[in-house]
Design a protein around this ligand. Structure first.
Ligand code: GLY
Ligand code: MN
Ligand code: MN
Length: 444
């Protein structure tokens, strides 16, 4: 489960690299430095321990190179010169050391292979004061200390929202991997497996280990689906599960997919009807991923459409408009419509107004919306509406005057199903949106 020759990464990579070079040159100009130095990163140890967290590379490094497992390596770029990779291959008989660089990207770099951090330092620019050094604090070697200049970071983060065609392909492969896992997990639900065993099926199908996932799997049966980030994974299955919510992604050289599906047991037809309504609404929102669309306006539109569905199915007696105005909609749909996605599952700069670091706050009453930008071609976002029966939020709603507009008998009958979320990864283009998730399900 990886890229296929049809993905044509080798052909797409040079234009991607040229774009990253362009952005980097502009970012260096913005902060008044000559050379960009990017640390791949170092593993972090647990407190007072010689064991540590799985290595998670600096996304700025991955933006240049599909080299997700090269701790201690560095990238150096001075506009006008070829980029240089300082590749650390430690002398180490305790661990597997990173394999020598290979593949379509190698020919575009000058590569210095070194065997110690000191030798890596010798390959970096002599005078760090002329450099913008991007990385986590623990990546420092000698006088080469990450300083992450704000003007440079703001510009790179802002522009990273727009993916190059190469990156869209990386995301496409990540979606394919995730969908493969989703199909295996759905089969596990039909077989009556526990949450933990469904999770294992997912890992088996994606060929990803737990720490290679872009985020912790959410595998929720029945009422557990009402916990937005449920990561508990019961080892024993319920006697009979009515509902299954799975939010799980794939990863490909650091690029993430973020996919959610909700399933009903065959006899839970009332639950299936609500899932179908959310699914239809979600596809309508995906169709609006077009250049010029304000994402926060799409989020507010989603509240109205979902409340209309709740009205049509008899959960609320007031109009959709009244349900949004009174806060009923936020009790049932208490998170954002989605976020930017890329090298981080919640990709950076979703709330950025411009590349200078100003921000666009989320609309009043919608504190959890992670994307307030207007869509432009190349932007990759998730579209993930949901409806949930969350005890805490329903109790709060019941204490408000708007409680009179809720059909509590119907709501109470649905608490056992937990919640619904349908989530796709969608790329804005010059024309019709590209739905990476639905494409991958259709091809599977
Ligand atoms: N998987 C977390 C999210 O959907 O944002
Ligand atoms: Mn998401
Ligand atoms: Mn998700």
């Amino acid at each position: 489960m990886t890229a296929s020759p049809q993905d044509n990464l080798a052909a797409l990579y040079p234009a991607h690299l040229a774009e990253i070079e362009r952005r980097s040159a502009d970012a260096l100009a913005a902060c008044g430095r000559d050379t960009l130095v990017v640390a791949a990163g170092q593993p972090h140890l647990w407190f007072l321990d010689d064991e540590g967290y799985p290595f998670k590379p600096n996304p700025h490094f991955l933006n240049w190179l599909p080299l997700a497992d090269a701790p201690g390596s560095w990238l150096v770029y001075t506009p006008g010169a070829r980029p240089k990779l300082v590749f650390l291959q430690p002398r180490d008989y305790w661990h597997v050391v990173p394999a020598a660089p290979a593949g379509y990207w190698v020919e575009h770099f000058d590569i210095a292979t070194v065997h110690t951090p000191e030798a890596a330092r010798a390959q970096l620019p002599q005078d760090p004061s002329r450099c913008a050094i991007v990385g986590a604090a623990n990546a420092a070697i000698g006088d080469c200390v990450p300083d992450n200049p704000a003007a440079l970071m703001h510009l790179l983060h802002y522009r990273r929202a727009c993916k190059t065609p190469y990156e869209v392909t990386m995301l496409r492969v990540a979606s394919r991997i995730g969908v493969h896992g989703h199909r295996a997990a759905a089969q596990g639900f039909r077989e009556g497996l526990s949450e933990f065993d469904i999770h294992c099926r997912y890992l088996e199908a994606t060929r990803l280990s737990e720490h290679q996932l872009p985020y912790g799997n959410i595998i929720a049966l029945d009422a557990h689906g009402a916990v937005l980030h449920y990561m508990h994974q019961d080892r024993n299955p319920p006697a009979h599960a009515h509902s299954f919510l799975i939010d799980a992604g794939g990863a490909f050289h650091g690029y993430a997919s973020d996919i959610t599906r909700t399933y009903a047991a065959p006899e839970a037809t009332e639950w299936q009807a609500l899932i179908d309504a959310v699914d239809a609404a979600q596809q309508g929102f995906c169709a609006k991923v077009r250049a010029g669309q304000s994402y926060p306006e799409l989020h507010v539109h989603a509240h109205h459409v979902l409340m209309q569905a709740m009205h049509d199915q008899g959960f609320i007696t007031c109009s959709a408009e009244a349900a949004v105005a009174s806060g009923i909609s936020s009790a049932f749909f208490p998170h954002g419509l989605g976020h930017l996605i890329g090298l981080q599952v919640h990709d950076v700069a979703g709330l950025a107004r411009n590349e200078a670091g100003d921000t666009l706050p989320s609309p009043a009453g919608h504190p959890y919306l992670r994307n307030t930008r207007t869509l432009v071609p190349g932007m990759a976002v998730t579209i993930e509406p949901g409806l949930y029966f969350i005890e805490m939020l329903l109790a709060e709603l019941k204490a408000k005057s708007a409680a009179k507009d809720v059909n509590w008998a119907k709501v109470d009958a649905f608490r056992k199903y937990g919640g619904i979320r349908i989530e796709d990864d969608v790329v804005c283009t010059e024309g019709a949106p590209l739905n990476l998730t639905r494409d991958a399900f259709a091809a599977a």
